[in-house]
Ligand binder design. Structure first.
Ligand SMILES: Nc1ncnc2c1ncn2[C@@H]1O[C@H](COP(=O)(O)OP(=O)(O)OP(=O)(O)O)[C@@H](O)[C@H]1O
Ligand SMILES: [Mg+2]
Length: 265
């Protein structure tokens, strides 16, 4: 049902607003050119505000924000406009992610990063980008069942002994995010089962007791392999539950795991 609903929305969207994304890109580029021809002393924040006005003018709404970017979309769109708004913090976040999307940090990170459709080519440091919309892990912890989550993160689920983390979607998602954080802190390099297991143990700790099976009992599945490919050459930093996402498919496969905010170390 969810798929059919989504399909109908996409058709309607294409039907009535075929050039919507192009109009947005055009308006943002025009605004950048306007600013760049003026040479104002501090145009940074004004430009971000003007971009936001353009987004609002076209009907987009704020859907979430972090330390350096804000995201805009509408319920019927399958993409998100991300605008950089913090001049003092990680201003090249968009640039790093565009490079990742183009495979400049190898194919593993490219494949786990959200699809990237369009970006700012006018400003030296890209101020906006348009990317695939996904469900953040934070939202998934409130909206998905533990059964759905177990299909997306089978190794994480299978590794657990019978405990609260295995029953409560919020606790389970916190544990997933913590494992990804722990292994992000390690040195770059191929992700071994042993290293992943150490992360699972640390993240599942309850009263100083890990809630996982022995390594021999765990079936390492496609989620482990997908993350391993991404973590082999560069480790994403800051893996909180707003930076990890799940694709809006039927929530049944590790192929749906994405990183939507890929901070390089
Ligand atoms: N592709 C997307 N799909 C759905 N929501 C998104 C997407 N990209 C961003 N968001 C929303 O916008 C928020 C901010 O985006 P993002 O995490 O990229 O910004 P940031 O400023 O780099 O964040 P942080 O503070 O984690 O460094 C996300 O946490 C999420 O709520
Ligand atoms: Mg973020």
């Amino acid at each position: 049902m969810r798929l059919l609903e989504r399909y109908i929305k996409e058709i309607l969207n294409e039907e009535f607003r075929p050039d919507f994304k192009n109009r947005l890109v055009h308006a943002l580029d025009q605004k950048s050119e306007e600013y760049n021809s003026k040479d104002e002393a501090d145009k940074w924040y004004d430009m971000s505000d003007d971009f936001e006005k353009i987004a609002y003018g076209l009907g987009l709404r704020y859907i979430g924000g972090g330390a350096s970017r804000r995201a805009y979309s509408t319920p019927d769109l399958d993409w998100v406009l991300k605008i950089a708004y913090n001049k003092d913090f990680y201003v090249w976040a968009n640039k790093d992610e565009i490079d990742i999307s183009q495979g400049e940090h190898s194919t593993g990170p490219r494949d786990i990063f959200v699809q990237t459709y369009s970006w700012d080519r006018v400003n030296d440091t890209p101020k906006w980008m348009i990317i695939e919309k996904v469900m953040t892990l934070g939202d998934a912890s409130k909206e998905l069942s533990i059964g759905d989550l177990a299909k997306v993160f089978p190794t994480f689920y299978d590794a657990l002994e019978d405990c609260d983390l295995k029953r409560d979607p919020v606790l389970f998602c916190q544990y997933v995010s913590y494992v990804l954080t722990v292994i992000s802190w390690n040195e770059e390099g191929p992700l071994s089962e042993e290293e992943f297991y150490e992360g699972l143990k640390e993240a599942s700790m309850s009263r100083n007791v890990p809630q996982v099976k022995t390594i021999e009992e765990i079936r390492f599945g496609e989620d482990f392999r997908r993350l391993g490919r991404a973590y082999a050459f560069t480790r994403p930093y800051d893996m909180h539950d707003g930076n990890i996402g799940i694709r809006y498919n039927s929530f049944n496969s590790p192929q749906d795991i994405v990183i939507l905010d890929y901070m390089l170390k």
